[in-house]
Design a protein around this ligand. Structure first.
Ligand code: G3I
Length: 318
């Protein structure tokens, strides 16, 4: 059975993938992407980010994002919004500008409100805040923290809530898969947001993992997040080889790793779904960021399903 069929048979909302529309002229790619039995959910890998959606101050551009949203509408899939506030892929006017705290607060609110408003009613969940922490659990000192300390977080979440009362508001991060300093910091943040009445509905556990490196505490960690009264999702799953090419034993380990991650989501009732950060090695972000590493996706670069594919269905169906 397909990946999304397996997810839904396991009572999850979706199995999904990130995508870039410039890959859609590749017919083999597009046919798999469209297939509802494989993917019930789509995330824009790039085009809903700040650099593309507000390229000049207060000049909003949803042309590229709408291509993704229209495809999602036409195919009846779910959409995850990615993302409102992130230190990376910012427009030059923002990353090179100097702003007072009130100015930047206004800019953050305007961006989140306008972006989330544009897609009101179309987005299952939004990554309102992306990657706010360092790996040691301290806050990342980016343009937002530098000027606004942590106040940008409630500001952005409240603006998003005003813009779309029904979408789920998430904080999304990596290296929070296992119990540890970074996951603890995020749990603390969720607790304090809830305590002060700030809207927060979910945590996105990105899960950019390495073969053999799935944290043993993943399931317990997810359960601890959901115990805070929020949902979780695996939002950017890929499991890369740190040395290439993969061996047969390596591919078997990768299959087991995919199964472990999916089974962990499956076992935690508040885990709503799993998204891979693109489904074929042909378009994976990994090799350009980690030279010499890759083969991280369930389909290889020739669209042959790897053992990892069956690992995913096993993770859902047992
Ligand atoms: O659009 C330009 C193009 O005009 C130019 O010719 C080309 C030359 O390098 O670059 C293109 O921009 C690239 C952009 O993706 C769009 O394809 C950037 O260089 C490249 O750095 C950028 O990478 C993206 C990355 O985020 C940026 O950090 C990846 O595609 C995207 O998959 C990745 O996604 C992130 C999530 O948003 C957050 N979590 C981690 C994840 C993986 O890094």
């Amino acid at each position: 059975v397909g990946l999304n069929v397996a997810a839904q048979a396991a009572q999850k909302l979706y199995f999904g993938t990130a995508t870039n529309a410039d890959q859609w002229t590749d017919k083999t790619y597009f046919d798999i992407l469209k297939d509802d039995s494989e993917f019930g959910q789509i995330t824009a890998a790039n085009v809903m980010k700040w650099f593309d959606t507000e390229p000049e101050p207060s000049v909003f551009n949803f042309t590229d994002g709408d291509v993704i949203a229209d495809f999602v509408k036409a195919t009846g899939k779910r959409l995850r919004g990615h993302n409102c506030v992130w230190y990376n892929q910012l427009p030059d006017w923002l990353s090179n500008g100097t702003f007072t705290a009130p100015e930047l607060a206004f800019i953050v609110e305007r961006h989140c409100f306008t972006l989330v408003s544009h897609y009101r009613g179309q987005v299952y969940s939004w990554d309102v805040i992306n990657e706010p922490f360092n790996d040691d659990g301290t806050y990342r000192v980016d343009i937002f923290f530098n000027t606004l300390n942590t106040s940008y977080i409630p500001l952005a979440l409240k603006a998003a809530r005003r813009a779309d009362p029904h979408t789920k508001l998430y904080i999304n991060d990596y290296n929070i898969e296992g119990i540890g300093a970074k996951a603890t910091a995020l749990k603390e943040l969720v607790r304090s947001l809830k305590a002060s009445g700030v809207p927060i509905d979910g945590v996105g556990i990105q899960s950019h993992l390495t073969v053999g490196g799935v944290p043993a505490t993943l399931q317990q960690n997810m359960a601890e997040f959901t115990a805070l009264g929020i949902e979780v999702a695996i939002t950017e799953l890929d499991i890369r080889f740190t040395a290439l090419p993969p061996t047969a034993a390596g591919l078997a380990q990768q299959k087991a790793d995919y199964a472990t991650v999916v089974a962990a989501c499956n076992a935690v009732p508040g885990c709503v779904g799993v998204t891979v950060w693109d489904f074929t090695d042909k378009y994976s972000w990994v090799p350009s960021t980690f030279p010499g590493q890759g083969a991280a996706c369930p389909w290889d670069e020739n669209y042959v399903k790897k053992p990892a594919y069956a690992g995913i269905t096993e993770g859902f169906l047992g």
